[in-house]
Design a protein around this ligand. Structure first.
Ligand SMILES: [Zn+2]
Length: 425
């Protein structure tokens, strides 16, 4: 089937190419009327009319309102059929599952959230995630699923959709996450690292497709997403941006990855909890000591809130972490020269206290040219960000990467996107 559609596509290359282009122009807002399409593409009026009719017939475009008139008859605007299909996102965290459904134009229209320990393993965790997705999909059962995005809190091989030796996900190494979703929903699935999803979310929010940005997530662990001229940089195996396990100076702290002196073993949320407990043991007093005495479990959130409220121990911990993180980010700034650094994750709740320290280290240690146009900002810290980011990732895969493979079928399919052989293998 994939072969047949390739042949059909091959036989009408010129027509298909301009059709694809026109659908994407309307989808992205580059052109909204037939005369505009003619101006941008240089195609004649008759050809444009024919192509647009074809795109409407295939279900990609529809006629919209009448646009502003430029003297003569007002041209009718076109709109992309964002309601023709929907995109499902499943964002797994270390301690929660968040699922959402969006229209093809990117708006998240429904969601479900549940606390969950990812260490329960892939079988049980995905059963739970799939039942949550079923529940959300059942609320609007008539719209087909066009694509699914999955985010995992660990390194992911993007091509195969499998996690690779994730430190906090026992039992997940090499698990075929994609297949579970593909079999259930018969739709193409892309699996990515959770920080990459957050990075896509920033790109969508800033609406800048040429952004050079580093998203640094400081939660229990530490990771980064890299946006190079608007494109996610995943590296050859999907390991790019995994700065949590880069070695820092003067540390012999044992990391949960098994190595010694990693950034997150010094500055990650779990390391701060370790240090807080040691200081409390040694007699430190304050909010955190009281919390522990009351039987509360220390979390990165708790420490960041205590720091923001002025607790001396929490402030010390946050500042120490921020200084070390700032050093690692400074090295990235020299190498990568981004225009924006976004600090997110549970520790970002400490706000200006954390940012000020990171800024100071970055400006101290980076080259002047690399920081001339640099902004360091806090993330919006909205729980829905991974969902928005997942939708953005799937939209990119559907309409910018794989569109020619399934366009002539009218909607995406696993077979058209992955190839018939791989789909049945
Ligand atoms: Zn490590």
């Amino acid at each position: 089937m994939a072969r047949e559609s390739t042949l059909r596509f091959g036989a009408q290359t010129d027509e298909m190419t301009s059709l694809l282009r026109i659908v994407n122009m309307v989808r992205t807002g580059e052109a909204a009327t037939r005369p505009e399409i003619g101006r941008v593409t240089g195609l004649g009026r008759g050809v444009v009319t024919q192509r647009v009719d074809h795109a409407i017939e295939m279900g990609y475009l529809a006629d919209g309102e009448f646009g502003p008139s430029s003297g003569g008859r007002a041209p009718r605007t076109l709109r992309f059929r964002g309601d023709a299909g929907r995109i499902v996102v499943c964002a797994l965290g270390a301690l929660h599952i968040h699922v959402g459904v969006a229209l093809l134009d990117g708006d998240v229209v429904d969601q479900e959230h549940s606390p969950w320990d990812i260490a329960r393993g892939p079988a049980e965790t995905l059963d739970k995630a799939l039942s949550m997705i079923d529940e959300v999909l059942a609320r609007t059962p008539d719209v087909p699923v066009w694509g699914i995005g999955v985010g995992l809190p660990g390194p992911v091989d993007f091509d195969s959709g499998r996690p690779v030796a994730p430190p906090i996900m026992p039992g997940w190494n090499g698990f075929d996450v994609r297949r579970r979703f593909e079999q259930r929903y018969d739709a193409p699935v892309w699996v990515d690292n959770d920080v990459n999803l957050l990075t896509f979310g920033e790109r969508a929010r800033r609406d800048d497709d040429r952004l050079d940005l580093i998203y640094c997530k400081i939660g229990s662990g530490i990771g980064a997403g890299l946006l190079s001229h608007g494109r996610i940089h995943r590296g050859v195996n999907g390991a790019a941006g995994d700065i949590g396990h880069v070695r820092v100076r003067d540390s012999d702290a044992l990391c949960r990855c098994g190595k010694v002196g990693c950034l997150e073993a010094v500055a990650g949320g779990w390391a701060m909890i370790r240090d807080a407990l040691a200081e409390i043991e040694a007699g430190a007093t304050g909010v955190l000591t009281t919390a522990v005495a009351d039987g509360e479990e220390l979390t990165p959130e708790l420490i960041s809130i205590a720091a923001e409220n002025g607790d001396a121990l929490a402030i010390r911990l946050v500042q120490r972490s921020a200084r070390v993180v700032g050093e690692s980010i400074a090295a990235l700034v020299n190498m990568f020269n981004p225009s924006v650094i976004v600090i997110g994750g549970a520790m970002a709740g400490a706000g200006e206290l954390l940012l000020a320290e990171v800024r100071q280290r970055v400006y101290e240690l980076s080259l002047p040219l690399a920081t001339r146009d640099l902004t360091i900002a806090q993330s919006v810290n909205d729980r829905r960000e991974p969902l928005r980011g997942g939708v953005e990732m799937v939209r990119e895969q559907l309409f910018e990467v794989t569109f020619p493979r399934w366009f002539s079928d009218g909607r995406p399919s696993v077979v058209a996107i992955r190839g018939a052989l791989e789909a049945v293998a």
